[in-house]
Every structure is written in C-alpha cells, then in structure tokens.
Design a binder for this molecule. Structure first.
Ligand code: 5AD
Length: 358
C-alpha cells in the first residue's frame, strides 16, 4: 500500500494525510522516497544562504515568538550597516551565492529606506554577485516593490499555519496580526515579481495531521518557489508556553517535520526547501536529517556572535557561540559525509521559479 502511494505522480489531501500518518519503519520509507525524488529532480545539491539577523526590534506580539514586542527581557539590537556589509562580504568571498536578511517586523518609512540602503550597499560591495532574500515581514505593496527594485529577488514570509482558528489562537486579535493580511502580503510578493517562499511551524499546540496536510496543499495551491518549515519549539517567556502540556514530544515534532519535508518534496519536486535551524535545535544532526528527507538549502548563521543571544525565537537555539568562520569550515565535511554536494558560487535559484518564468 505505502509503496504504491509513494510512487504516485500526484497526491491528494487524503494521500498527504496517509503519508503524514505513517509510524515506525514506514517513516524511513517515506524519507527515502523523497530523497530519491530529490536526486532525480533537483539533484543532491545543497545551496547555501548566509543568514543575517539584522534586528530583533519587532512591532508584533506573536504568542510563540521569543522576540515578540512585549518580551521586555530581550535586549534589542540592530546591526550597523558595516556589520551587515562585513557579513555579506564573508558570504561572497566564501562562495555562498546568496544571503538572507531576516529581521523583526517593523513597518515604517525609516525601516523601508534602511533595507533599501542595505540592499544597494551589499550589491555595490559584492559586484552584484549575491542573490538576496528578505525575510522582513508584512509590508505595503509599494515597499515590496521598492525592495525588489533595489535588488531583493526572493522573499520569505511564513503563513505559520493555514488553520485559521489555530492562527487566531497563536496571534493577538488585531489588524496587525490578521490572517487575511498575511495572505494578501503573499499575493503582493508574487505580483511584485519575487520568488516567493513561505512555511509553517510543525507541532503547534492543538495542531493536527490534517492541518499539516492542509499546509502542504496550501503551498501547492499558492505555487510557491521556496519553503522553510520546522518544528515549533516552546519559549518560556511567551504566552504560548502555557500550552506546553498539549505539545507532542520533541522527538515526535522532529519526526513530523522530516515527514513534512519529505511529503512536500513528493508534492512539489522542484522547489527549494530549507533544512531549518529549528531541526538542529531538536537534534544535533537535524540539519543533515532535513537534507536526507528532501531539503536542499542550508542557512549558516552569519550574525555577529555577540548579537545571537538576543535573537532567540525559541529556547535552546543552537550555535549561539559559533564563529561564522568556524561553523562554515566544518559544514562542507558534514554535508559531503551524507552524500550531498554544496554548490558554491551559485545563486541556487528555485527551479520551480525558473520553469514558471518559462
Ligand atoms: N518555534 C519555532 N519557530 C518559531 N518561529 C518563531 N517562533 C518560533 C518558535 N517558538 C519561526 C516562525 C517565523 C520564523 C522567523 O521563525 O515561523 O516565521
């Protein structure tokens, strides 16, 4: 039965529910099939995106996130332009091919011009050889457009969960956190010409396997180019921590995250998919496991070490003390050891996007 299901050319919502419901040895069967499909479509290639956590200053109050506005224990920082340019230069020299600038969410003219200035400065200093992804939250269409014109061609905005009721449980009920606005932003990103990425958290309190299958079907219906998803990890200084007792055990959230990656590789074989840092938080070999389940993107953290302690979205975030130079020197070995190849000096544009462009 499972063998047959795994060989199907297309998958329904019910198929995805069956896939995500496997237990025991069948889990590995699903992961193996996803690796086969990855090898046959995008190849066993890994693309690097240097991650710069620009600022933890945030206007939002998402109940799950450690850097939410109301968390007064967080020391707020914003990197200087020079720090950002140095990280970009490091990525460029090391042949990472691409960068992600992630930030707490601010919506202001000052923030819009800050990002625009950084984009222009990065491209100027790196001979416009780095592809840049932004992950800076919901913004007006005009701002998305402006940033695109300044040289950001990819954008990540997670939907977090497509179950509306659950979305409302994990966000404050006000216009700043409205589900409809999130969807609108994803549509605006597409219109503005971006390669669009989204994603969800896996194992949220109260989330079901059917919800997760719906998330995968949503990615397909939105025809996304990139996905980043990973386990939900509780943070003690957030309101959602109260629902701790409803959580699946960490090992189960980890297993479900791998099944989600594998399921999506079967459903959308040519997209780019990140092996998330959250996976590594739950298992020291999590990053490799993600790649072996069908992911093809790794995001080494290039944030200056002194700031990392303040960018903790969840508890026990790894590599808080790892110097970028050190963490990237071992990366090649670790990835080659599992039979994958890092593609240096390549932008690693989503094949799905290239195909859509024609
Ligand atoms: N556990 C896992 N992921 C989280 N994120 C935020 N808080 C948590 C958490 N507690 C993720 C969200 C967000 C991304 C930047 O980090 O999905 O979109």
């Amino acid at each position: 039965m499972l063998n047959q299901l795994l060989k199907q050319p297309s998958f329904s919502r019910d198929n995805m529910i069956s896939l995500l419901s496997v237990k025991g040895d069948d889990t590995q069967k699903v992961l193996n099939r996803a690796l086969e499909v990855k090898a046959a479509t995008v190849g066993r290639n890994v693309y690097l995106r240097g991650l710069i956590e620009l600022s933890n200053v945030c206007a939002k109050d998402c109940y799950y996130c450690g850097i939410r506005k109301a968390n007064s224990r967080v020391h707020r920082y914003t990197l200087t332009d020079e720090e950002v340019f140095q990280a970009a230069d490091f990525a460029w020299r090391k042949g990472f091919g691409s960068l992600v600038i992630q930030s707490g969410e601010l919506s202001s003219p000052g923030f819009a011009s800050h990002i625009e200035r950084l984009l222009k400065g990065i491209h100027q200093r790196t001979n416009a050889e780095l592809s840049v992804t932004l992950s800076c939250g919901e913004q007006p269409y005009e701002v998305f457009k402006r940033w695109h014109e300044a040289g950001a061609h990819r954008y990540l905005l997670r939907i977090e969960t497509t179950n509306r009721a659950l979305y409302d449980q994990i966000h404050p009920q006000n216009p700043l956190h409205a589900y409809a606005k999130r969807i609108e932003a994803l549509e605006d990103l597409r219109k503005a010409g971006y390669q669009v990425g989204t994603g969800v958290m896996i194992g949220l309190p109260g989330q079901t396997i059917a919800d997760l299958a719906d998330d995968l079907i949503f990615f397909k219906s939105l025809d996304v180019d990139m996905v980043g998803m990973g386990p939900y990890i509780e943070h003690a200084e957030t309101p959602l921590f109260e629902k701790f007792m409803l959580l699946w055990p960490a090992a189960e959230r980890f297993r479900m995250s791998l099944l989600m990656i594998a399921g999506l590789r079967l459903l959308m074989p040519d997209i780019n998919m990140a092996s998330s840092t959250a996976l590594e938080t739950l298992d020291p070999l999590g990053r490799q496991s993600g790649l072996l389940a069908g992911a093809n993107v790794v995001m080494p953290n290039l944030t200056p070490v002194i700031n990392r302690i303040n960018y903790q979205l969840y508890n026990n975030k790894p590599n808080l003390d790892k110097d970028p130079a050190l963490s990237t020197s071992s990366l090649n070995e670790v990835i080659e050891a599992i039979g994958e190849k890092i593609c240096y000096f390549e932008p690693g544009t989503s094949r799905h996007f290239l195909k859509r462009q024609g």
